[in-house]
Design a binder for this molecule. Structure first.
Ligand code: ADP
Ligand code: ZN
Ligand code: ZN
Length: 802
């Protein structure tokens, strides 16, 4: 007996295991590990992944696999292992881990249909239901008054049948191909035999013989020869030509990119490349941290390392943050590796993504470039994995399975014995600390290409602006710098950091920010109660009427949006042409690109935007970058606030003066003395690292301690709070001396969609049994989760504590 071990598509903790099914003889040859199958599960038929095929089972009775959904496996053996590991590592269901690896269309719902197998003999009510159709949606049956037991009986009697249909029309696209059946000689012989009046048929055959082609798309053939299908048909009937449907790929990037070749490397680039190359030659796994300022030539190092890998017949995965996956970025990879590149981008349609994935699966490409989930590219001979801008928090998935692409990369790197390159101008503290300890190998590119200086950064104290009577959101120096560039016909990027707005309370007079007396973190303003709360320790106080530092009454929560800025800007400088880029103006597909193209063509003077303009953009004519309020993010209730502020300011500054024109950066802030603003404005990463590490050590944050975030939500506030309290108590009994639990406290976003959210955070250095303990504790709430709408999420590596 052949047994398939299957993970079924039911995300729940009772079904989160492997089930045995018998493989019926008729499928024995067809089923392989990594394929999707349909299996009976209770009264239902559901999809599952075959993880293993064996010849024995512990079970006395096993049910049969119902049908097979794939012709070739969708998961490789390595990905099956990876999925199991990821489930354990992130405490996610097996099924979620496998689903996340595959393109959307493969996860499409399959439709259950009821087919009638006979014309007569159906009972009256079923006749009516079918209403003359051959088949109908099973939903219709379930909605009708006909009892399912009767339908089941009719199925047993062979009058009806249930079928499963994958409900996705996007899976494949076909093209009709006309092909020559025999040799060229045979074709030419057939031409001689044609009747004289069959001129169109003669044209067609002459096309095949003159061009010496095997096949051509029917559409092309008909249009070239200005003829119709009617003239092809007799040739098909006579068996001279044949017709078939061929799968075609949609091509989202239609442009042909000009070919580029390797640049002669600078000494520093060469050193970095040599180190990577030595590793490639040894076929060893190692993690490199490539620390290089923006414009230092990291991408060129990536490209040449990939070339090396491709020359060895191996494959490469390159991760870039979603917002950096601009046409400019794609062009650099396509320009070097041409059609050997697949691009996995969220802006592609589901069908286009599937096409790109298939190219990887079929080994038609060597390089996969994409955002986070591209880390699951189904390559089988990986030679290098590159994660650009490794500090980006988007590499962590905040939903099931809560994986970090860096961890997955390292797991795959160990399997394939290949190097991992983490690149950044502002690496995470975690990665840089590991590099300092020698866990990662540090490679540095300290200088910009052509030794261009990093742009000068001027920090403007907005408190002084206020004191000088300027109540607008633009400081005097920023306005005059903008006017200067408008005159010189140079361009300007204005950056508004929207994250963090309206959550913290600050005195506009002295810059004082209301902080928790126990946690060294900004208090969050709760508008409904007019209170300030700490999201780490649940300390709260009333919203003050006066600043506790300077008694000014200009203390208030902070808030503005890009639209407001745009209005203010056009009032102040009516002649300036402004492009606003934020979630509102870029929602439409392609809008993002269109706006950037407009800016690149100098159809606007100022590009005003949020986070999405901070990265990857490279415009020669931009000589001024303005940051409207550098400190908004600094006061987020997040221990990474200083780090993220430093990273963002560095990124934004990198947008100016990338080419021959020198650049200037103006940073407006209410806290000019803060070390992350000071050190970002002088590009002192190392100093920032040292200083921030001290803070992390003092407050027991990563990388000195690990964090686990547990969030409980429920429509009833008391219930959510109680469960969180119970969990925290149960956990505290399992933890070692060195670990602590913070909370329970309300989550920073205390209610979402009418669900109350509470959280607790474990800070620990070493808790080898943490996953087991968490699992046990969570199991107690299984019934509540199933029946009472309780949700508990565990994040073993939270990117933020929200
Ligand atoms: P990063 O990825 O670190 O921001 P890039 O790789 O984009 O840096 O390099 C910045 C600019 O310098 C690009 O325009 C790139 O083409 C150019 N460049 C990179 N390496 C070299 C080199 N060895 N010689 C000449 N130009 C280079
Ligand atoms: Zn004050
Ligand atoms: Zn606190």
């Amino acid at each position: 007996m052949t047994i398939a071990r299957v993970v079924v598509d039911v995300p729940s903790s009772q079904t989160d295991r492997i089930f045995d099914y018998r493989i019926p003889e008729r499928f024995e040859a067809a089923i392989q590990e990594g394929m999707r199958v349909i299996v009976p599960f209770g009264p239902r038929k559901i999809m599952g992944y075959v993880l293993e095929i064996t010849d024995h089972t512990e079970l006395e009775k096993v049910r049969d696999i119902e049908s097979v959904m794939d012709i070739t496996p969708v998961l490789t053996k390595e990905l099956i292992q990876l999925g199991k590991w990821m489930s354990n590592h992130t405490l996610s269901f097996y099924i979620s881990s496998f689903q996340v690896m595959l393109p959307q269309v493969l996860k499409a719902k399959y439709k259950k249909e009821l087919h009638r197998l006979t014309e007569e003999d159906l009972p009256e009510d079923l006749q009516q239901l079918f209403a003359g159709r051959d088949y109908l949606d099973f939903d219709e049956v379930e909605k009708s008054s006909i009892p399912l037991s009767r339908v089941q009986r009719l199925i047993q009697e062979g009058l009806l049948e249930v079928n499963y249909q994958v409900d996705s029309k996007e899976t494949k696209k076909y093209e009709t191909i006309i092909a020559r059946k025999g040799s060229l000689l045979e074709l030419e012989e057939a031409m001689v035999d044609l009747p004289k009046q069959a001129t169109k048929q003669w044209d067609i055959l002459r096309y095949f013989s003159e061009k010496e082609v095997e096949e051509v798309s029917q559409k092309a053939l008909l249009s070239i020869l200005k003829t119709t299908r009617a003239s092809v048909k007799p040739l098909l009937d006579k068996g001279i030509l044949r017709k078939y449907k061929k799968e075609i790929y949609r091509n989202p990037y239609k442009v042909d990119y000009p070919k580029t070749t390797a640049l002669p490397l600078t000494e520093q680039q060469q050193e970095a490349k040599d180190a990577i190359q030595a590793n490639l030659a040894k076929r060893e796994h190692e993690v490199f941290l490539l620390h290089g300022v923006t414009g230092s030539g990291k991408t060129e190092v990536y490209l040449q390392a990939i070339q090396e890998v491709v020359d060895r017949g191996q494959e490469a995965i390159v991760l870039v943050p979603e917002i950096s996956l601009t046409p400019q970025m794609v062009e650099r990879f396509k320009g070097r590796f041409g059609s050997h590149v697949a691009v996995l981008h969220s802006a592609l349609s589901a069908g286009e993504k599937y096409d790109e994935w298939r190219k990887i699966q079929r080994k038609e490409v060597k390089v996969a470039v994409g955002a986070r989930s591209a880390i699951f590219a189904p390559f089988e001979n990986i030679g290098i994995i590159i994660i650009d801008e490794e500090h980006e928090s988007s590499y962590k998935q905040d939903d099931h399975p809560r994986y970090h692409a860096r961890d997955v990369a390292i797991y795959r790197g160990q399997h394939h014995r290949c190097p991992i390159i983490l690149g950044s101008a502002t690496p995470t503290l975690e990665s840089f600390a590991r590099a300092k300890k020698g866990v990662y190998q540090l490679l540095s590119l300290p200088d910009r290409m052509n030794k261009a200086a990093m742009p000068e950064v001027q920090v403007i104290d907005m408190r002084e602006e206020l004191h000088a009577g300027n109540r607008s959101m633009f400081s005097k120096p920023l306005i005059s710098a903008i006017e200067d560039r408008l005159e010189k016909k140079q361009q300007i990027v204005l950056f508004l950091n929207r994250r963090g707005y309206s959550t913290f309370v600050m005195c506009r007079d002295c810059g004082h920010v209301m902080e928790c007396p126990h946690c060294d973190i900004a208090l969050t303003y709760h508008r409904t109660q007019n209170k300030l709360k700490c999201h780490y320790c649940s300390y709260e106080e009333n919203m003050p009427l006066q600043c506790p530092e300077c008694s000014s009454d200009t203390i208030r929560y902070f808030g503005t949006g890009t639209q407001k800025v745009e209005e203010a800007l056009t009032k102040l400088l009516p002649e300036a042409r402004v492009i606003r880029m934020d979630v509102d103006t870029t929602r439409r597909k392609g809008a993002h690109e269109a706006l950037l193209t407009k800016f690149a063509n100098h159809e606007a003077d100022i590009l005003l935007g949020t986070q999405m303009i901070a990265k990857g953009l490279d415009f020669a004519n931009v000589t001024l970058v303005g940051v409207l309020a550098a400190d908004t993010m600094l006061h987020l209730p997040d221990f990474r606030a200083a780090e993220k502020t430093f990273q963002l300011l560095t990124q934004v500054s990198g947008r100016a003066g990338r080419h021959t024109l020198p650049g200037e950066v103006i940073v407006q802030t209410y806290t000019p003395e803060h070390y992350s603003i000071q050190l970002a404005s002088t590009y002192k990463f190392e100093t920032f690292f040292q200083q921030e590490m001290q803070v992390r050590r003092a407050f027991h944050y990563p990388p000195y301690f690990y964090l686990t975030l547990i969030t409980v939500s429920h429509p009833n506030q008391v219930k959510a709070m109680d469960v969180t309290k119970q969990i925290a108590q149960a956990l505290s009994q399992t933890l070692t001396q060195q670990s602590t639990i913070l909370g329970p406290t309300p989550s920073p976003i205390a209610r979402i969609k009418n669900r109350y959210r509470y959280q607790c955070v474990i800070k620990y250095k070493n808790e080898p049994n943490q996953r087991e303990n968490l699992k046990k504790i969570l199991q107690k709430y299984e019934a509540d989760i199933q029946k009472n709408d309780l949700l508990i999420s565990v994040d073993l590596q939270p990117s933020q504590l929200m």
